[in-house]
Design a protein around this ligand. Structure first.
Ligand SMILES: [Zn+2]
Ligand SMILES: [Zn+2]
Length: 146
């Protein structure tokens, strides 16, 4: 599964005439391996040991490039200044733990349909919407009880 996504990534870059460098591959792989929706800083720290010469600026710029190309998504969460990145390009929503700030993907067809009239939407033409659910994750609930 993951191998396929790396292969798809390489094919996509070739079609777009983007160089597939070791560093770009490492950045994409680090994002694929994480379900935490990491920040650019998190990814920088993850790959630093394997790529000691990589600069923070390269990681930031590469993630921005991937986002512009539609390979990954940038997501922002309330009360957080740094944007996070998401390797899941499929339509999905998010569960956010207000205590430990973990983010989980949430897919459900019912969330993809907005039961709102044009009037309720102030005549906005909706492009898309992402449902963001704030809550307390099971691990934090257990800590609370302990
Ligand atoms: Zn939590
Ligand atoms: Zn996500």
């Amino acid at each position: 599964m993951e191998k396929n996504r790396i292969e798809e990534f390489i094919q996509f870059c070739r079609r777009r005439h983007l160089n597939v460098t070791h560093q770009r591959l490492a950045i994409y792989q680090a994002l694929l391996n994480s379900t935490e929706h990491p920040t650019a800083e998190d990814i920088f720290r993850t790959i630093q040991s394997d790529y000691p010469t990589i600069s923070r600026a390269t990681v930031y710029k590469t993630l921005e490039l991937f986002e512009r190309e539609g390979i990954i998504r940038k997501v922002s969460f309330p009360h957080e200044t740094a944007a996070r990145y998401d390797a899941n390009p499929q339509r999905h929503h998010h569960l956010f733990c207000v205590q430990c700030h973990r983010v989980e993907d949430l897919s459900h067809p019912q969330l993809d349909v907005l039961p709102l009239s044009k009037k309720a939407l102030n005549n906005y033409q909706v492009i898309d919407h992402i449902v963001h659910i704030n809550g307390i994750c099971p691990a934090c609930q257990r800590k609370k009880r302990a």
